[in-house]
Design a protein around this ligand. Sequence first.
Ligand SMILES: Nc1ncnc2c1ncn2[C@@H]1O[C@H](COP(=O)(O)OP(=O)(O)OP(=O)(O)O)[C@@H](O)[C@H]1O
Length: 271
Amino acid sequence: MQMNEPDALFGATRRIGPVILDLQHISLSFGGVKALTDISFDVRQHEIRAIIGPNGAGKSSMLNVINGVYRPQQGDIIYRGEHRKNMDCYAAAKSGIARTFQNIALFKGMTVLDNIMTGRNLKMKSNFLLQAIYWGPARREEIEHRKKAEEIIDFLEIQAIRKTPVGRLPYGLQKRVELGRALAAEPEILLLDEPMAGMNVEEKQDMCRFILDVNDQFGTTIVLIEHDMGVVMDISDRVVVLDYGKKIGDGTPDEVRGNQDVINAYLGTSH
Ligand SMILES: Nc1ncnc2c1ncn2[C@@H]1O[C@H](COP(=O)(O)OP(=O)(O)OP(=O)(O)O)[C@@H](O)[C@H]1O
């Protein structure tokens, strides 16, 4: 699919920009298991890009390649024009790629505020010693970071639970806190692994609204894996479809909906 005129495709009101992440011919195996075979797709600045596919299709593996958890045996990753054979977790986080996980990865005994503060770690400049004695620049920095965390708490409408230990919260709210922690890193690209899994309808609506608001108000580029087709088709600009580690579709929600290979893959798994 030709993507030369993004504004024409996405409408004048959206600020979809140039390609910022380009994955070319990515292949990844675990022993004899081919998780990804020759996958290529790109992500444009400010867009919401979904990755869908049946169970075991390779979606999480793809996110893990993007943020450096997995190193592909073949292929290239071009992020902000820089070519790499693989990403490195720290470098990915440092250069603006944040993510949430399929299974919530928060510190359950810590409060909402403190969990969100952990998302600021890479932004902290003062050294460990200054932080430990909470002196001078470290103190000023801490105040700045807390202010940012409080802004995120307001944005996600979780003021009432800011001092509650995360482990005491219902699942839907924990997912929202996890989003908050990822946002605290002020990412350029946000990777969301099944942000709505296990949620009821109301929680899903809230999460959809927050994802759209993050994209709209902060201009964050979003790459998400989601099983709920209604959600995917409603909020995504473009969708890439994987099946058994291969790409079988890529395009706008309407294009993907009409793709016979995609229809077959989904009908096949439902039997
Ligand atoms: N660390 C690993 N070690 C061995 N095999 C793995 C590993 N991670 C993924 N796989 C295999 O790679 C394939 C793709 O898995 P992956 O989790 O990426 O799929 P998925 O589309 O995210 O599935 P789901 O929707 O069920 O989460 C599967 O066959 C899986 O068993």
